[in-house]
Design a protein around this ligand. Structure first.
Ligand code: NAP
Length: 331
C-alpha cells in the first residue's frame, strides 16, 4: 500500500490504518464485539488475537496504527507486536491518545469503562505511560475526544505542555466526538504557539450516516493537518452485521448498491470515506482477520458521482446519529 504525507507533518502514512479500540480490552460498543473475541478474555489469548489482526494489517500493507491509554492493554499489545516483529520505527506510523483512563478492570460489564480528564496532571501521567510502552515508535499523540465542554482547548497549561512536546519532535493531534465535532475542530485551528499551528493532526467520526464535520475537516486539511477518520463503519452499523429493524430500509439500499458494484457493505462504506479529498487515513476497527481483509477491499472500489448520489439520503442528523451511538451496548 503506498504511503502519503500526513498533512505537513513530515510523517508518511498509508490511506488505511488499523485502530485498536476493539482489540485491547474485553468490552467495547461495536456490534458483536463479544462474538469476535469468542468471549475469551484471557490476556494471552487477547494478545494473540490482536497479533493476528496486526499481522493481517501488515500483510495488507497498512502502516498506520492507532491506540489510546483507555483501550485497556492496546498500547502494550501494539508495543509487544512491534518488538516481536522487529518493526523499525521508520517503517510504520503510530498514534495514541491521552485524556481517558481505562476503569473497567478487564471486565465486559462495568459501571464506568473509562473516565475523562483533560487536565495537565493527566497529560503528564499518560505521556509517561505511553512513552514507556511505545518508546520511539510513538509519532502522534492526540487529545482523546476533545470537546468545547472539556475546556482543554482553553487550558493554557495543557496547551503549553503540548507545544513543548511538539518542539521535542512529537506530532500533536486531537480527536473529537459528539454532535458538535466541527465547532471543536474550528476552535483547534485557531490555536498557535510560536506562530505555528499547535496541532498537526485531527481525528474525527465521518461516515455515510454522519457527515457533519465535512467542511471543518476540509479546512483542517487545507491548513496542513493530517486528517484521520474513525468509525467509518459506524461501530458496525454499516456492515452486514446490522440487522436492526429500524435500519432495514437503509440496509436494503446498501445491500443492493454493494452487490451492483461487486463489493460488500463495509468496503463500500470505507470507500466512501476514502473518496473524500481531505482525508489522510481511514481507520479499520476490525477485531477479526476476516473483517480486516474485507475492509481492505475498499481500495478496489472505484468511487463515482453516481455512488455519491445513490447513497446521499443515508445521512442522519448529527444529534440522531450520536443518540443512536450512545445507546450501543458495551459487549
Ligand atoms: N474518540 C476517539 O478518538 C475514537 C472513538 C472511536 C474510535 N476511534 C478509533 O477509530 C477506530 C475504528 O473505530 P471503531 O472500531 O470504533 O468503529 P468502526 O470502524 O466504525 O466499526 C468497526 C466495527 O465494524 C465491524 N466490522 C468491520 N468489518 C466488518 C465486516 N466485514 N462484517 C461485519 N462487521 C464488521 C467490526 O467488527 P469486528 O469487531 O467484528 O471486527 C467492528 O465491530 C478505533 O479502533 C479507534 O482507533 C477513536
Amino acid at each position: 500500500m503506498q504511503c502519503y504525507p500526513f498533512g505537513k507533518s513530515g510523517i508518511k502514512t498509508t490511506r488505511l490504518g488499523l485502530g485498536l479500540a476493539a482489540l485491547g480490552r474485553p468490552g467495547y460498543i461495536n456490534l458483536g464485539h463479544a462474538d469476535d473475541l469468542d468471549r475469551d478474555y484471557d490476556v494471552a489469548a487477547m494478545q494473540a488475537g490482536a497479533f493476528a489482526v496486526l499481522d493481517a494489517a501488515w500483510d495488507a500493507g497498512i502502516r498506520y496504527f492507532d491506540a489510546a491509554r483507555s483501550y485497556g492493554r492496546a498500547e502494550e499489545f501494539l508495543a509487544n507486536w512491534l518488538t516481536a516483529r522487529k518493526i523499525d520505527v521508520n517503517a510504520v506510523a503510530v498514534g495514541s491518545k491521552w485524556g481517558y483512563t481505562y476503569t473497567a478492570e478487564w471486565q465486559v460489564s462495568a459501571e464506568k469503562h473509562e473516565v475523562k480528564d483533560h487536565s495537565l496532571p493527566m497529560l503528564q501521567r499518560q505521556i509517561g505511560e505511553s512513552h514507556t510502552l511505545l518508546g520511539n515508535h510513538l509519532d502522534l499523540y492526540q487529545i482523546h475526544s476533545a470537546t468545547l465542554d472539556s475546556g482543554v482547548m482553553d487550558n493554557q497549561d495543557v496547551l503549553s505542555r503540548l507545544a513543548a512536546l511538539r518542539n521535542d519532535g512529537l506530532l500533536i493531534g486531537f480527536s473529537v466526538s459528539g454532535a458538535n465535532q466541527a465547532a471543536t475542530i474550528e476552535k483547534a485551528l485557531s490555536i498557535r504557539f510560536d506562530g505555528e499551528l499547535l496541532f498537526g493532526g485531527v481525528q474525527a467520526t465521518f461516515n455515510l450516516l454522519e457527515r457533519s464535520a465535512e467542511s471543518a475537516l476540509h479546512a483542517a486539511n487545507d491548513a496542513g493537518l493530517g486528517v484521520i477518520v474513525k468509525e467509518a463503519l459506524s461501530n458496525g452499523r454499516l456492515t452486514p452485521r446490522n440487522d436492526m429493524p429500524e435500519f432495514a430500509e437503509q440496509r436494503a439500499l446498501l445491500d443492493r448498491i454493494s452487490a451492483e458494484n461487486g463489493t460488500t457493505i463495509d468496503a463500500l462504506a470505507i470507500a466512501f470515506v476514502l473518496s473524500q479529498p481531505w482525508v489522510s487515513v481511514v481507520l479499520s476497527g476490525a477485531a477479526t482477520v476476516a473483517h480486516l481483509q474485507s475492509n481492505v477491499c475498499a481500495l478496489d472500489v472505484a468511487w463515482s458521482a453516481e455512488l455519491d448520489a445513490q447513497l446521499a439520503d443515508l445521512t442522519e442528523t448529527a444529534e440522531a446519529y450520536w443518540q443512536t451511538r450512545s445507546n450501543l451496548a458495551w459487549n
